[in-house]
Design a protein around this ligand. Structure first.
Ligand SMILES: Nc1ncnc2c1ncn2[C@@H]1O[C@H](COP(=O)(O)OP(=O)(O)OP(=O)(O)O)[C@@H](O)[C@H]1O
Ligand SMILES: [Mg+2]
Length: 776
C-alpha cells in the first residue's frame, strides 16, 4: 500500500485568532522594513566560523550533469513510503515522568497543538519565548497523543541537551539518539588542488554506531519511541525493506541448529570471534551460541541448543557472564544498515559493473587515463568484496543499486523508517530548517569531485541527503518550535502559530538597557567588567558576546588579568568541551563566558543573570533581530536576569528586539499581577548534570602505571577503594583514545582474571568516557 503525505488542505481556522494573524502581518512588515535598512547581504557569507547558506530554497542543480550516462531528467518522483513490518514490541505507552506540571502558557499550548495535530494539520508552529519551556511542551504533546516522535536539532550540543532531557522525561520508553558519523568524523573527500584524498574515517565511533542501530530497531519494533536526531537524518541509510527483511526470530522450542543460525548471523554481517566477544560478534561453544546484538552496549544473548532444537534463550552480561534474564523470543537485526538480501545484491552487482564499464570507457575516451585506472581498480575491489562478503567499505555509495532506485531519486532515509503517525518536531526551526535546505548542496560538490576524479562512480551522488522539497514531501505532521520562527515554517501555517509568552514560573523578559560603546574616559569593556563584578558578587553568571574571535580572545585575556574567572567558547572548541564549559559555568567553576555566536538558542543556563552584547549596533548576521532575541533570551531563566546592549545608535534589529521584549514583558507582568504570581528562577537540574553521563561525579579510575593521572579538577569523584582520578577528556596533553584503549585492555584482563567487580567498574568508566566524547 503506497502512502502519500498528508495532502489534506490546511484548516487555518483550527486555532488561529485574527489577533495572531495580525501580529504575523506586523512582524513580516517590520522585517521587510528592517531588511531594507540592512546592508545588502551577499548570497553566502561566513561569519567567524558560521556557515550561512544564503537562501536555502534555491537549487542550482542539474541531473543531467549528475548522471554521467546523460539520462534525461529523473522521472516524476513519488515519495517512497514502504509498508513497515509488524512490530515485535509494540503496544507500550509513553509515560511522562516529571517533578513539575505544565504551567504558564504551557497548558494552553499543549491543548492547541494536540487539537490541531488530531485535526490533521500538517504544519504547526510553536512560538514560545526563550525559556518558556518548549521542550516540556513537546514532551507533553508526545505523551498526550501517544505518538512516536522525531526531534530535529541543529547542533550536537543541543541534540545532547535534548537527549538528556527526554531521557529524564521518559525513563521507561525508547529515547534514542541518531546522528551521523559525519557529525564527528571526516567524510570521504578529494582535494584536487593539492591532490589529497581523504578516506572516510574508518574507525567508526562505536557508541554512535550502536545508538543508530538502537534507533532504527526501536522505531521498527516499538510504538513508544522518541528519536533525537541531528539534521543528518536526511542522509541516506539502507532501505527499510532490506533492513527489516534481514532479521530473524528465535524462540525456545524452535527447530534450529547452531550451524544454521551461525550462517544466518554471517549473512547479517555478524562476525565470529570466539576470543574477543564484542558488539556485532558471536561465538559458539559447544551447544551455546552467544550473540552480541548490534544495538546493545552491555547485554548479550545466549542461545542453548539441544540437538536441533532451541532449548532456552537468555540475556547475560557479556563481561561477567552472569545471566540477567530468561527470554521468550529474540529478533536479531543486521549488524549493518546496508545489509542486502542476496538476490538484490546480485542484481545490484550487475548494474554496478555496467556503470563502471561505461564510466571507465568514458574516462579513457577523454584521455583521463589515471582517473579511469583508479576507478577500475577501486570498483573491481569493491565488487569482489561485495561478492565474497555481502559488503564493502563505502557500500552506501552503491545505494542507488542496492535499494533499486532510479538515477536522481532520493536514497532511503530515516523518514522512510518513521511511521505515518509519527510527529516531527523541528527544534529551533529558524536555524534547523535552513540547514535542511543547505545539506544537499554541500554534499553534492564533495561527491561530484570524487566522481569527477575517478574515486567513485557517478551514481555515488545518489547517496546523498534529501533535497529540501524531498524532505518536505516525506515528512509526516510537523511542529516547528522556536522563539523566532523563520519565514518558511510561518508560510506553511499561513501565519498561524501557537504561542507561549507566559513562562512556567512567572519569569518576565529581562530588562534590556542600552549603553554607549565609548563614553568619557570609559569603554564598553570597562563598563562590562564593572557590571560583571556586581553580578558575580550577587552570585550570578555572565555571558558576553563579541563580534570577532580576536576581540573575544583579547577580552578574555584582559578580564583574566583583572582577576576575573572567565572562559571563551568559539567554533574550534569541540562538542564535549562545549558541554563541559557550560556545565562548569553553571557549577560556578568560573563566572564569565565569552562567545561570538554560540551563546544562543536553546542553551539552558538558569544561573545567568547578566548578558552583555558588545557592539550591538553593528547590524549584520551576528546582530540581527533573531540573534539579539536569542542571546537576550539566555537571561530569561533567572529572576534577576538583565541585559546590556552596548551601542552608540539604535539599529532596526535592536529596536524590534527591544520593542518585542517590552511588549511581552507588559503581557507577562499583567498576567503575574492578575494571577498573584511572584516570578521565580528556573530551578533546572544542576543535580541532573551531576548525575548525567557526562557529569564529573562518576567513579573515576586511574590510568595505570604509565598513565599521567592528575587529580580530578572537581575533586568530588566518589572514588571507591583504589579508584584514582582520571584526567578528563580534553585536558591538555591527555590522549583520550589511548586512555580508552588502556582501560579496555584492563577491563578484559580483569574479566579474564575473574575479577568481575573490577571489570564492571572499568566498563562503567569506559562507558562514561565514551559518552563524554560524544558530548552527552
Ligand atoms: N512547567 C514547568 N515548571 C517549571 N520549570 C519548567 C517547566 N517547564 C519547563 N521548565 C524549565 O524551564 C527551563 C527552560 O525550558 P526550555 O529549555 O524548554 O526553554 P525553551 O522554551 O526551549 O527556550 P529556548 O528558546 O531558549 O530554547 C528548563 O530548565 C526547564 O526545565
Ligand atoms: Mg529550547
Amino acid at each position: 500500500m503506497a502512502r502519500t503525505p498528508s495532502s489534506r488542505p490546511r484548516k487555518p481556522n483550527a486555532h488561529p485568532t485574527t489577533d495572531k494573524m495580525q501580529a504575523w502581518e506586523n512582524i513580516k512588515k517590520l522585517r521587510a522594513e528592517a531588511d531594507a535598512l540592512d546592508d545588502p547581504k551577499p548570497n553566502a557569507q561566513t561569519v567567524t566560523g558560521v556557515e550561512f547558506a544564503g537562501d536555502p530554497f534555491v537549487y542550482d542543480f542539474d541531473y543531467n550533469v549528475l548522471d554521467a550516462r546523460g539520462s534525461a531528467a529523473p522521472p516524476a518522483w513519488q515519495p517512497h513510503r514502504p509498508d513497515l513490518p509488524e512490530k515485535f514490541e509494540g503496544g507500550k505507552r509513553f509515560e511522562l515522568v516529571s517533578d513539575y506540571q505544565p504551567a504558564g502558557d504551557q497548558p494552553a499550548a499543549i491543548e492547541a497543538l494536540c487539537a490541531a495535530a488530531q485535526e490533521g494539520d500538517k504544519d504547526q508552529v510553536l512560538l514560545g519565548v526563550t525559556g518558556s519551556g518548549k521542550t516540556f511542551t513537546m514532551a507533553q504533546v508526545i505523551n498526550r497523543l501517544q505518538r512516536p516522535a522525531l526531534i530535529l536539532a541543529h547542533n550536537k550540543t543541543l541534540a545532547a541537551q535534548l537527549y538528556g532531557e527526554f531521557k529524564n522525561f521518559f525513563p521507561n520508553n525508547a529515547v534514542e539518539y541518531f546522528v551521523s558519523y559525519y557529525d564527528y568524523y571526516q567524510p570521504e573527500a578529494y582535494v584536487p588542488r593539492t591532490d589529497t584524498y581523504i578516506e572516510k574515517e574508518s574507525n567508526i565511533n562505536e557508541q554512535i554506531d550502536r545508538m543508530r542501530h538502537a534507533a532504527t530497531r526501536a522505531i521498527l519494533e516499538r510504538d513508544d519511541v522518541i528519536i533525537i536526531s541531528s539534521v543528518s537524518c536526511i542522509y541516506g541509510i539502507g532501505s527499510v525493506e532490506s533492513y527489516s527483511s534481514m532479521t530473524f526470530v528465535l524462540k525456545p522450542g524452535d527447530r534450529a541448529d547452531p550451524q544454521t543460525v551461525t550462517r544466518d548471523l554471517v549473512a547479517l554481517q555478524y562476525k565470529r570471534n570466539d576470543i574477543y566477544f564484542a558488539r556485532g560478534n558471536f561465538r559458539l561453544r559447544g551447544d551455546a551460541l552467544d550473540i552480541f546484538p548490534a544495538h546493545y552496549e552491555d547485554r548479550a544473548w545466549r542461545i542453548l541448543f539441544f540437538g536441533d532444537e532451541v532449548e532456552a534463550i537468555h540475556e547475560f552480561d557479556p563481561l561477567t557472564g552472569k545471566k540477567t534474564a530468561d527470554l521468550e523470543a529474540i529478533k536479531v537485526y543486521a549488524n549493518s544498515h546496508h545489509t542486502t538480501p542476496r538476490p538484490t545484491l546480485s542484481q545490484a552487482i550487475e548494474k554496478i559493473k555496467a556503470e563502471a564499464k561505461a564510466r571507465v570507457e568514458w574516462f579513457e575516451q577523454n584521455g583521463l587515463l589515471i582517473e579511469g585506472q583508479r576507478l577500475k581498480q577501486r570498483t573491481d575491489f569493491d565488487l569482489e568484496m561485495l561478492l565474497a562478503t555481502g559488503s564493502c567499505a563505502g557500500i552506501e555509495n552503491y545505494s542507488r543499486y542496492l535499494s533499486g532506485r532510479n538515477p536522481g531519486e532520493p536514497p532511503p532515509t530515516m523518514f522512510e523508517y518513521i511511521p505515518d503517525n509519527a510527529l516531527v518536531f523541528v527544534d529551533e526551526s529558524h536555524v534547523t530548517i535552513p540547514q535542511i535546505g543547505g545539506m544537499f548542496r554541500g554534499d553534492y560538490s564533495r561527491k561530484k569531485t570524487l566522481s569527477d576524479y575517478g574515486f567513485r562512480l557517478p551514481s555515488c551522488m545518489d547517496n546523498r541527503p534529501l533535497r529540501f522539497e524531498e524532505w518536505d514531501a516525506m515528512r509526516p505532521q510537523t511542529i516547528s518550535v522556536s522563539a523566532t520562527p523563520g519565514p518558511w515554517e510561518m508560510n506553511q501555517t499561513g501565519g498561524v502559530f501557537v504561542e507561549q509568552v507566559i513562562r512556567p514560573t512567572g519569569l518576565i523578559d529581562p530588562p534590556v538597557e542600552i549603553r554607549p560603546v565609548t563614553g568619557q574616559g570609559f569603554t564598553q569593556v570597562d563598563d562590562c567588567i564593572a557590571e560583571s563584578r556586581t553580578t558575580i558578587a550577587a552570585g550570578g553568571r555572565v555571558l558576553v558576546t563579541t563580534l570577532t574571535k580576536k576581540m573575544a580572545e583579547d577580552l578574555s585575556e584582559y578580564m583574566h588579568e583583572q582577576g576575573l574567572k572567565v572562559r571563551y567558547m568559539h567554533s574550534d572548541i569541540d562538542t564535549v568541551e562545549r558541554i563541559e564549559i557550560i556545565r562548569d559555568l553553571r557549577l560556578g567553576n568560573f563566572d564569565i563566558l565569552i562567545g561570538i555566536n554560540l551563546l544562543r538558542e536553546g542553551l539552558d543556563i538558569p544561573e545567568c543573570q547578566l548578558v552583555c552584547i558588545l557592539d550591538a549596533d553593528k547590524e549584520g548576521f551576528l546582530r540581527s533581530e533573531t540573534s539579539l532575541v536569542q542571546t537576550i533570551g539566555r537571561a530569561a531563566r533567572n529572576v534577576d536576569g538583565r541585559v546590556i546592549l552596548y551601542a552608540d545608535s539604535i539599529t532596526g534589529s535592536m529596536k524590534r528586539a527591544i520593542d518585542e521584549t517590552d511588549r511581552r514583558r507588559a503581557k507577562q507582568v499583567a498576567w503575574n499581577e492578575a494571577n498573584d504570581i511572584t516570578p521565580q528562577s528556573i530551578r533546572s537540574n544542576i543535580h541532573d548534570i551531576l548525575n548525567s553521563p557526562y557529569g564529573k561525579e562518576g567513579v573515576t579510575i586511574g590510568l595505570g602505571a604509565d598513565g599521567d593521572a592528575t587529580a580530578n579538577v572537581k575533586g568530588k569523584g566518589r572514588g571507591r577503594g583504589k579508584a584514582e582520578a582520571l584526567p578528563e577528556a580534553g585536558a591538555p596533553g591527555h590522549n583520550f583514545k589511548a586512555a580508552l584503549a588502556d582501560l579496555e585492555k584492563r577491563m578484559r584482563a580483569a574479566a579474564a582474571d575473574l575479577e568481575f567487580e573490577e571489570a564492571a567498574r572499568l566498563r562503567d568508566e569506559i562507558k562514561r568516557l565514551e559518552r563524554l566524547e560524544l558530548g552527552m
